[in-house]
Write a protein that binds this ligand. Structure first.
Ligand SMILES: [Zn+2]
Length: 300
């Protein structure tokens, strides 16, 4: 007779962990039959000659089904431990008004680690189950604010392998902050949510920067609101024109430098004070499409 125990472990929080394990407990005859029917399982046993060739006293007296159950439980505990460790490395959800307690350096290290994992190309579960989603009703406590481009290839949650509630994202084409909506959003994340790290994230082959080069270099007149959108990037293009090398690449990098410089200006009172007290860092970064790597610079 076969009995089945199903363990479903849903861990609410910023981490996305859903562990589903079924332990199949079989009697001795059934387990032995399974070993005969499974060449791969037999291969694994042969790779451990100490266990199969010379079983310890008492071990061979255990029913085969019990040995299978022990192995499966070990896998379960290992999976739970891995899930708990990963959860512990991520900031927890806060109640409304509770600020992030993570340091700027720890936040930066978390982003670097996430991007490193992203470049490895393994599958990452960005989804939430029902209880995990409901846990965020209590509030948010993101550990970093990302000022980034609207480009669909540069989604920060993916390239840093973060889940819901972890990044406060301010996006527009060109990663600019020359409007009160963008600046106010950044200030809100720092002053109200206590975010310890602001990253100005540009990316290779940025269309907004290329459009700004057309305006600066070729006196192009862009229709609609496009001209006003790229205007804040034009000064960076002018700076890049004085630098040897690829104009697009240099303009992308200079645009990031300019935005970082603007955010660090003494006049930005809501950002300046936490920077002075060591509670906030503002850094630049560029995401490289070809490699998936985020290169950080202008780190304080
Ligand atoms: Zn872009």
């Amino acid at each position: 007779m076969k009995s089945m125990i199903c363990c479903r472990v849903g861990i609410p929080g910023a981490g996305l962990f859903f562990v589903l394990f079924c332990l199949v407990i079989e009697p001795q005859d059934s387990a032995r039959r399974h070993q005969v029917q499974s060449p791969q399982r037999n291969m694994r046993h042969r790779s451990r000659p100490a266990r199969t060739a010379a079983p310890m006293i008492g071990q061979d007296t255990l029913p085969a089904g019990s040995r299978l159950m022990k192995v499966t439980r070990r896998h379960l505990f290992a999976a739970l431990a891995a899930g708990s460790a990963a959860l512990a490395s991520r900031p927890l959800i806060a109640s409304e008004g509770v600020k992030s307690a993570i340091t700027p350096d720890a936040a930066l290290a978390t982003l670097k680690k996430g991007n490193q994992a992203f470049t490895m190309g393994h599958a990452f579960n960005y989804g939430l189950n029902d209880s995990q989603r409901r846990a965020f009703l209590a509030g948010q406590r993101p550990f970093a604010t990302i000022v980034c481009c609207s480009d669909s290839r540069a989604a920060p949650e993916q390239i840093f392998e973060t889940g819901v509630g972890q990044l406060f994202v301010v996006r527009n084409a060109g990663s600019t902050v020359a409007n009160p909506q963008a600046m106010g959003s950044i200030e809100y994340s720092v002053a109200h949510l206590g975010v310890p790290l602001v990253v100005v994230l540009g990316h290779t082959s940025c269309g907004a920067v290329k459009a700004a080069i057309d305006v600066a270099d070729k006196k192009a007149v862009l229709p609609g609101s496009l001209g006003a959108m790229v205007d804040p990037i034009v000064p960076a293009v002018h700076t890049a024109q004085k630098i040897a090398g690829d104009l697009v690449e240099n303009s992308i990098r200079e645009n990031i430098h300019h935005v970082v410089h603007d955010l660090r200006a003494p006049g930005q009172r809501l950002l300046a004070e936490p920077r002075r007290s060591g509670k906030l860092k503002i850094v630049g970064a560029e995401y490289h499409f070809a490699s998936g790597i985020v290169e950080f610079f202008d780190v304080e």
